[in-house]
Design a protein around this ligand. Structure first.
Ligand code: PHE
Length: 348
């Protein structure tokens, strides 16, 4: 093999092994294998001095050409490997500029929001929150609230009775209001008493836009020495202000509930109109919104619990949480509240 043929063979062999070098380490090894101290091309260049002058010229030129060509091939291979590795890392990269997928946040049911707001307001006014049973005794729901059997006032509360029978009578029912907790609480606590009682109540009645067979109430009970109707009015006026706005005024109208004397119905002035707009969706022109029944705890109830009604007096009130929710949010059909339609509920 002539020296020229040998150079061509070295170059061909070097190009083949360069094509097989796949990373920086392989490239460095290839580089020293060709151009390094003991490299294949280095050997030829070293041997040039031993050649005859005319041969040395031709072989030297061929060797230099091969050296330049291999150097160019190395640079090209290095660029190609770099480009390939960039492309590979781009393929499995996270694109941080993509818009995120929205996380849908849950929220409290509007009735829950309003119940909590009611209890917060009364807590600030000194009323502790207590709860009672939904399955109640006739005795507490009616009897000890001065609504004996066959009393016409029972018609105010159509009742779901439980099948349970004792001595031919059904003593258990789903409470129709939270007022039985007045009795349970004074039976077990000494004055001064200040409690707010939230809870579900049930009424066996046809449903329409303002009536449901299940409703939530918050009952208020205060018993102490020297409480009067003025304390009731002041407490509820402050409640109305915090609930419906600082300008609110409250109106007490005569009403009747067997367990209070006197009994009143409490209304706040309309917060949606000046009170004279017949098209107002909130008050329909009435100007006043009834929000609860209330009154002074009947002296017989205080006496029955073992306290002297000459010394202790008290007030009670019961409000519908759905009703207040509807007024506050401008909801016109109570049935929407428990239909569980998220398109409706997510608006509040
Ligand atoms: N419990 C009565 C009702 O549900 C409301 C009420 C409570 C009235 C307390 C007076 C005092 O209609």
């Amino acid at each position: 093999m002539t020296a020229i043929e040998q150079i061509a063979a070295i170059e061909a062999e070097a190009r083949a092994s360069l094509a097989a070098a796949g990373d920086d380490g392989a490239l460095a090894a290839w580089q020293s294998g060709v151009f390094g101290k003991g490299g294949s091309l280095t050997g030829i260049l070293r041997g040039l001095g031993a050649l005859a002058p005319e041969e040395r010229k031709a072989v030297g030129a061929a060797a230099n050409l091969a050296k330049q060509a291999l150097e160019a091939a190395l640079a090209e291979r290095r660029d190609a490997l770099k480009a390939a590795s960039l492309a590979a890392s781009a393929a499995d990269a996270l694109d941080v500029t993509l818009p995120g997928r929205p996380l849908r946040r849950g929220r409290l049911h509007p009735v829950t929001q309003v119940r909590r707001e009611i209890l917060d307001i009364f807590a600030r006014l000194g009323f502790a929150t207590v709860e009672g049973p939904e399955v109640e005794l006739d005795e507490y729901n009616f009897g000890r609230l001065r609504i004996p059997e066959h009393h016409p006032a029972r018609d105010m509360w159509d009742t779901f009775w439980l099948d349970e029978e004792v001595d031919g009578r059904q003593p258990l029912l789903l409470r129709t209001h939270t007022s039985p907790m007045q009795i349970r609480h004074i039976d077990t606590h000494e004055p001064p008493i200040r409690v707010a009682v939230p809870g579900r109540c049930y009424r066996y009645e046809a449903t329409d836009a303002t009536h449901e067979w299940m409703l939530e109430q918050v009952e208020l009970l205060a018993i102490d020495e020297g409480l009067s109707l003025a304390n009731l009015k002041g407490t509820l006026q402050e409640f109305a202000r915090q609930m419906f706005g600082p300008e609110r005024r409250v109106l007490m109208r005569n009403s009747y509930f067997p367990f209070v004397e006197p009994g009143v119905e409490l209304a706040v002035d309309c917060f949606a109109c000046p009170g004279d707009n017949p098209a107002c969706p909130v008050c329909r022109g009435a100007g006043w919104l009834e929000i609860m029944g209330a009154g002074m705890v009947h002296p017989e109830i205080i006496a029955a619990a073992g306290y002297d009604p000459e010394r202790y007096t008290g007030f009670a009130a019961g409000m519908g949480v759905e009703r207040i929710t509807m007024l506050k949010f401008g909801i016109t059909d109570i049935r929407d509240l428990h239909a569980n339609d998220l398109r409706f509920l997510s608006q509040f």
